[in-house]
Design a protein around this ligand. Structure first.
Ligand code: G3P
Ligand code: CA
Length: 269
């Protein structure tokens, strides 16, 4: 029985290191994966986009400007869109120095490099298909790379992978092409719309201010495409007070740049 009012009937939320442990290492890089593993976190989140010559790379923004030294290396190539650069050009860029000198020399990883590192660390991945409207076929290509690197083999696909997107069509495409993959829609659809999303999404991952205990409980009454209650994760929760609040909503997961802060806050609850 619950030990105190509001105690959860469910497991504690999983804690997902957002863009890796991005509070402590440059986001969406191999050191951010390593940092999450070193801190004891299984789950990492990342963002996938595509280069001009069709290679998948792990980066959040649709330009290279914020998280690399592209403006110095290619000063005449504004606005430095990811899709306007080849993989070889991107491989020259420094993706760590902006964060801290200690990380100078870190590269923008390809999706292959990233997946292999997550496997090596025995971690689990929430993979975001980012800006698919800019990259026709991004969902299909991402699935092909996942398959090629072993991520659609039974253990990985059952226990280690969630594919998410803000773009409902991309989530639907993933579900239709590879029904065994667990998916999530990034957003907070109105409750009455949840059954429509549940045709192709196993979960909804919402910005934390848009969620509530009532929403989580109503979402759980809706069955996803695998016949299980929709799962709800909250993002991006970067302080203890917010972590305690969203844990009180009984969410399934909390996505955070500072996973240690969230772990401590949830443990104290
Ligand atoms: O995983 C949730 C979160 O990553 C969505 O927002 O902009 O950080 O990709 P964003
Ligand atoms: Ca993301």
């Amino acid at each position: 029985p619950p030990s105190h009012a509001g105690a959860s009937e469910h497991d504690a939320p999983v804690i997902v290191a957002h863009r890796g442990a991005s509070g402590y290492a440059p986001e969406n890089t191999l050191p951010a994966v390593d940092k999450a593993a070193a801190m004891g976190f299984d789950w990492v989140e990342n963002d996938v986009q595509r280069t001009k010559d069709g290679q998948l790379v792990v980066i959040h923004d649709d330009t290279l400007a914020r998280t690399t030294d592209v403006e110095q290396v290619y000063p005449d190539r504004a606005p430095w869109k990811v899709g306007d650069f080849t993989a070889r050009e991107i491989a020259r860029l420094d993706a760590g120095g902006w964060f801290d000198d200690r990380y100078t020399g870190t590269r923008v990883p390809t999706l292959r490099q990233y997946l292999d590192r997550v496997t090596l660390r025995h971690q689990k991945l929430v993979l975001e298909i980012k800006n698919p409207e800019l990259y026709p076929g991004l969902a299909r290509q991402t699935l092909n790379t996942l398959a090629d690197r072993g991520w659609l083999d039974s253990d990985h696909v059952r226990r280690r992978l969630v594919v998410q997107s803000f773009d409902a069509d991309a989530v639907r495409t993933v579900h239709e092409l590879r029904p065994s993959v667990r998916t999530a829609y990034l957003g907070t659809p109105r409750v009455e719309e949840l059954p429509r999303y549940a045709e192709f999404a196993d979960g909804v991952n919402g910005a934390h201010p848009t969620l509530s205990a009532a929403y989580v409980s109503l979402a759980r009454r809706v069955e996803g495409p695998h016949g299980r209650p929709l799962r709800v994760m909250a993002w991006t929760v970067n302080d203890a007070e917010t972590a305690r609040r969203v844990a009180g909503y009984d969410v399934d997961g909390i996505i955070t740049n500072v996973p240690d802060v969230v772990r401590r806050a949830v443990a104290e609850d």
